[in-house]
Design a protein around this ligand. Sequence first.
Ligand code: NDP
Ligand code: 8X3
Length: 254
Amino acid sequence: MNSSTIALITGATSGIGKATAELFAQQGISIIICGRRQDRLDSLTQELKGKAEVLSLNFDVSKADQVKTAIESLPEKWKNISILINNAGNAHGLAPIQNGTLADWDAMIDLNVKGLLYVTQALLPTLLAQPKAHIINIGSIAGKEVYPNGNVYCASKHAVDALTKAIRIDLNATNVKVSAIHPGLVETEFSLVRFKGDEQRAKQVYAGYQPLTPEDIADVIWFTVTRPAHVNIADLIILPADQAASTIVNKKTV
Ligand code: NDP
Ligand code: 8X3
C-alpha cells in the first residue's frame, strides 16, 4: 500500500473516522475524508497536509441523491478507490420503545443502514474494477447484543452485521474483501450525539473505567486492511478490557 492506494472514509470529521484518516495519512495512503461539517473537513485537510494526499467530500450519507452526486463529482485521479470504510453512524436517543420517537428511529435507520447501503452501492462499480479492494463496515457490540433502551440503534447495527455477511457472500467470487469491526465503548462524540448535546450525561458513559480510544479502533482497521491478499479478517469484536458485554462494565465507584 502506498500513495496510489485510495481509501474513502465516511464520518471522518470525528471519533473513529477521524483517527482512521489520521493513521492512514501517516501511512501515506491517499484519503477521501467525508462528513457534513465543512469546518471539520477543512481543519482535518489542513492537519494532514504534507503527510498524504487528501480530498474532502461533504455529503449526507442518508441522502441517496447526495451520495450519488458526491461520488460522481470525484476528479479523475481520485476515482480508483480500493478501500471503503463505512464508518459514519450514530445513535439518536436511548429510550424504551414505548417512548421512542419516529424522528430518532428514522435518523438511525437512514444513517446506519441506508447510508451504508447508498455509499456501498455508489462505490461498488469502482471497487469491483480494482485489482484488489476492501470494504470495512463499522458495526458495534450493539450489533451482536441488544441492551435495555438500545432497541432501534441495536437493530440498525444488527442490520450492519447481517449486511456485512450478505455482501461478503454476494462478492465472494470477486476481488472485494468484506469485513466488519464491532467496537464496544469508545470515547468519541457518539454519546454527545445520542444524548443530544448533554455533556454531563455523555461524560458519565465513559467515567470510572478506561474506554477504548478512536485510535485503538483505527489500529485494528489498519491491521485489517494490511493483511495478505489471501487473508480476510471477516468479523471482529473489540472491547475495553473493563467491558464484558454491552451493559457489563467494571466501573470503579467514585
Ligand atoms: P462520532 O459521533 O464521533 O462520529 C460520527 C461520524 O459520523 C461523524 O464524523 C459525523 O460527521 C458522521 N455522520 C453522522 N451523521 C452523518 C450523516 N447523516 N452523513 C454523513 N456523515 C454523518 O462517533 P464514533 O466515531 O463513535 O462513531 C463512528 C462509528 O462507530 C459509528 O458507526 C458508530 O455507530 C460506531 N460505533 C461507535 C462506538 C462508540 O462507543 N463510540 C462503539 C461501536 C460502534 P458529520 O456530523 O460531520 O456529518
Ligand atoms: C456504540 C456502543 O454500547 O453504546 O455502538 O451501543 S454502545
